[in-house]
Structures are given as structure tokens and as C-alpha cells.
Design a protein. Sequence first.
Length: 766
Amino acid sequence: MTDLSQRLTDRKNPLRIHLIGVAGSGMSGLALLLLGMGHRVSGSDRVTTAETERMQGVGLEFSSPHTGAVVKGADLVVYSSAIRPQNPAYAAAVEAKIPMLCRAECLAAILHTRKGIIISGTHGKTTTSAMTAHLMREAGLRPSHYVGAEIPILGANAKWSEEGEFMVAEGDESDGTLALYHPEHAVILNMEAEHLDFYRDLDHIREVFTQLADQTTGKLVYCAEDPVANELCQNRANAISYGWEDADYTASEIRDLKGSSAFTVKKKGVVLGDVELGIPGNHNILNALAAIALADSTGAEFALISRALSTFAGAKRRFETKYLSPNYRIVDDYGHHPSELAATLQTARSLKPSRVVVLFQPHRFTRTQALAEDFGKVLQAADLVFITDVYAASELPIEGVSGETLVEAMKAQGDVPVFSVPNLATAHHDVGHALKPGDLLITLGAGNVHEAGTRIAHDLQILEEMRALMPAGEIDGTLYEPMKRHTTMLVGGPAQFWMEPHSFYGFAFLVDYCRERGIPVRVVGRGSNLLVRDGGIRGAVIHPTGGVFSEVSVDGKGEITAGAGVRLKKLASIAGGSNIGGFEWMEGIPGNVGGALRMNAGAMGVETFDQVVRVTFLDEDGVIRTRERAEIVSQYRNVPELRRNFALQAVFKGKTDKPENIKQRWEESRDKRRVSQPVAASAGCIFRNPEVIQAGRLVDSMGLKGTSVGHAAVSEVHGNFIVNQGGATAAEVLSLIESIQTKARKERFVELETEVKILGEDEPSF
């Protein structure tokens, strides 16, 4: 035991210890251990987190941001690997000549106060150390533990136990500090070329593990299935092996239980008993064998070991199920090395989903560059892959290395569909929209990719509930539907929930469901007079279609009943086919009945409500009512009643006429539209006509035809149209609108008001 280890165990003389970077998982674990040992512990970080708030509840003195004052009076300062000498707390500690330790040095000092057990390896350390601590605790050995992630079944990532003689700790090999430990027992799970920003090569990594093995005084447990670990350990007198065959501890008769595993454990060929493991995957069976071998070597009863394994639910971010329903499963996993990805994807396949969909966030530029080909190969085990930009951690960018590097690597290795979604803040839109019933989605990576899965899980639960509460066939829906598909201008971000009711009852249910839960509701038809901002529309966008909403019927009195989703051109065509005139002006309007009613659309001197007989509404109080035309106030491009209520269906009336007359007016409308309106994608007239001059003539007189912002341009055909020349964004359209309004105000003293309806947000909020 070192001098520091002795001082750490002296409860009569507690130390004042400050941790710089205490919010990180490794440092927070140290804080919990030191607090449990009775020391006065303070910590600082650049942010406050749920973890720092929780630690304050058990005695941590926390401050944010870092300052030099926080180390005043400290007996010892401990810093994380992310802390630089320029950090004010670090610099102040150096100036005050306060003893300083890195995280691993402090952990080693704590470990050496107990019979230390180090769990090491390139992959699987967190799960195996958590599993080992859980087994030993359930077997009554009361170990202290230190694990690199939140472990629900253990209650925290670290805990000090006064009663137990053992301490289980996850040993990080990333920076060579594994050599600091002199444990009683050690586990070596595997060794691969990893952390090549620190190590020269695999031989360099082997040197550090060799030193750990040399410094282990008790049992050395190793995986016989890993060639490097096997070579390093097999001839050591204190070595215990585990694996599938030809090992001291083996697993046989393996059964996949859909989310868990069962197998028989043998020790030197003798059956110890059966185990049901609460997490899936062959790699986790190997991890369990390591924990079994270690726990058995420390005197734990196998019956208690077996019972504990059945209750082990895994660590946070280790094949952690975030959402599960009969139709979807969303899993999050910390894997960031090709071998880890391969094991995770194999586990996913064992659950037999229709498709395995992956959102992968590469971790570190050096790893992405060095292992691009390997990543490209292992990701072929998925059915659909999305790749974000690189999570840098503490690295500086490397020119030419990005998420696109792995997209190209995948394309070179196979034909699995792969898409680049560089911005993690919006990546969930593409991924969530692509999901189909039966899919298993995995968010993979050591950065913050789990945030995307959390967002999808939250919204998917709401979407599935809306579907489940209605009879089959009443509504359809999807997440994050791109609104550019549903606007005639072909711009706009996604709708958070895109819902398609096919009946009045389905429509009313959706409105009521959303209002009760505070979910904003918008109703969108064909999007002909609509501009959706690039951030999309938060809440539910209801698009009435199919069923009653798409039906048109003509009775013997010349009245035409049409659902809100019926296209105006279809209504006009059916009217003409029934020798009913007066609807020819609708031929050139790209919208549908619902939108025409709400906007009181018109052309050729005719407005929608000139031909309305009655309208069926969903009133704001949730009741479906029908009102006669005389009860409805209509104005130019505005029907106040439809600002509060939703139109579901309308009855129209025309005049019986000769087919040739109807045809003539139809062609006149079409010819006028061809001459006066652009063919390119647009939202119709952008501005209301001011009293002094028509908006189009005003724009023309200011010489603005043809002017553009990006790919949005004022039409050369009609000054009141802005057209999408291909790939325009809503921001470009809005910028062009603003510039026209500014010029009209300054040069002509005219306030141009938009006629087009503008919805959504500039930046995504969902």
C-alpha cells in the first residue's frame, strides 16, 4: 500500500480533495468513492449536469465554471485527461504547489487499499466490470466498485463499501495508465489495435497488458478466444481461461431467448449449472464467463452467481433498449471500434428484426482514418446505415477525414444503402422517417449519438399511440415527413408528426388527442399557397386524404359534395362531366377543397364561396357541425370561421350548361394561366394586392423580375410569383420576399403583405 493509499484510508484525518472535470463519468466515479471514504470532496466543471446535481446530494461541493479559487486549501487535486494546463483550476494548483494526480493515479491509490480486481481489455470492460461487481455483491462479498458508465442495477457508476475486502474497477488502457495498477486479480478480455493516437501499434498495446499481468498477484482470467490475450496469458501459472471450448470455464448448449441468453457453464469439463443471462449476444456470454470465473475464484457460490446473472440488465449505452413495441425496437450502444460494432450487429441480428437500421457516429478523427476500411466492412451487417460527422472528443480535425470517409468506405465494401447525415442535431429526422414496422434501430458511437435515438423514441411512442387508439385503416402516419414533398414550391423542413385521417371521426380524434397533450396542430392540403420554413413544423400536420375526404358525388339537383382533400381540378372535371358549369376557374388552381375554403380562393372573377351551399366543420369545441352558406362570413382570401375551425366537406352548386360552353371556359382558363403564370414550382401569388396597384405590376415596375436569392427567383412571367429554380431553401425565399417588401416600402411607400401562408420554424426544435 502506498503512502497516499494509507492516507486515503485514515478516516480520522480526512483530506480536502478537488476534482477538475468532475462531470465526466470517470471523474464522477472517483468523487463518489472519495466521498464514501469520508473525505471532503469538491469538484468543478464547465457545465452543470444531472450527475453533478446528484453528487451534490451526497456531499460534493460543486462549482461551475472552473476558477483558480476552487483549489484553495486543497490537500490534493485530481484532474481528468481532458483538462489542459491552461485550465484556471489546474494552473492555480500548479502555482500553489498542491500535489496533483491524474484520474488513473488516484484510482490506483484507491484500488490499492483493497484486494483490487481490474477488468481490462479493448472492448467489453464496462459490461464485464459491472457484471462482476453485481455477481460479487449478490454473493454477499460486498465489493466496492468503479465502472465507466451508469449501471442501473448497481445504483451508480461507483460505490465505496466499508465492509467488503474487494474492489472491482474498470481499467482504461487508452493512455497506458493500465500499468499503474498492482491488482490482486485481473481480467484480460481482448486486445486489438486501438487508441493509435497514443500507441505505436498492437505490440505497444501488448507491452502495457503484459505489465498488468506481471503485476497481478492472484488470478489472471483471460479469454481463450482472443488470440493476443491467449498468447500473452496461457502459460502463466496463475492464469484461468474461459471460452467456447478447450478452456477452464466454458459455455455450451446456448439458447437465444429473444433479448436474453441461456447456457450451461462447465468448469474444467464439470457442469456447474445453467445460467440465464439478462442481456443478449454471444459477446456478452463471453463477458459473463469472465465474471463467473472471477467470482468463482473469490469464493462466490455458483447458485448465487446464476441468480445474479438472470437479473443483470446491462450498463447504460451497452445494447440498451430505449424503446420497445410490437413494431419497433430502438437500442443504444457505446460501440465505436469495428470489433465492437461487429458484436453489436451480431446481437441485433439474433433478435430477428425485419431490418437492422444503424445511425453511427464515428469517434475521433484518428480512429476514423486508421480503421475506415474495417468500419466499411463490419457495417455491411446492417440493412440501412446513416453516418454522422465525426465526434472529435479531444482531437483536432484531420483534413479529408469526416463521416463521409466511412460512407465511401462502405460503398467500396458492399451495396448496403448508406447515407451521410453530418449534423447530429437533425440526423434523427432522416433516420426516424426511414423506419418501418419490424425495424431495429441502433444508435452507435461513444459520443452523443444516443440523443438522436432518445428523440426518435419519444416521438415514435406518441405516433404509435395515436395509431393504436384508432381502428385499423382510420389513420396513417409517419415521423418527420419532409414538407417539401407536400408544398407546390417544393421547399420546407419536416413535419414532426405527419398524420393522414381517412374519416371525419379520425380527423376529430387526432385534433382532440393533440390538443389534450399540448401538441400543436396544423392542417395542410396540397400546399399550394404555403411556405414551410426550413426548420419544419413542430407538432402534428394533419393531411385529410382518402376515404370521405377524397370522395366527390353529384346529386339530381346539381349539388356537388366534395371532401376537403379533393383537388379543385378534379372537382371542376366532375362538374363539367355532369354538365354543371361555373367551376372552370378551378382548373388552374393547384390546391384542394379544404385549402380553397379556408383561403376563399378564386380566379377569373369567381371566389370559392360564390358556389358554396353548405360546409361541414370540425368546430373548435370538437363537435362536427354543418353550416349553411348564409351562416358563414367570407372575405377576400379570408374566412374567419376557418381560422378557428376545420373544414371537412363542402357542398357546391353550379348551373346546368352545355358541354361545349363548359369546355370553352375551361380552355380559356387554361390558356390564360399558361400565358400569365410561370410553369416552375411556386406557391402561387406571394403578396396580397395593395389598394393602389396590383402586386405583380408593382414588382415589375421596380425592375425586380428575374432577381434572385440563391435558387429562389422572381418569375420573369409574373412579378407576384417567386419560383424555385431547383434546390431552393425556404430561407432563400423568405430573404427574397423581405428584399421586395423593403424596396416597395422605401421607393413606393407601399406595404406589401404576404398572401402565401408561412408556417414552421427557421431552426428545428424537435
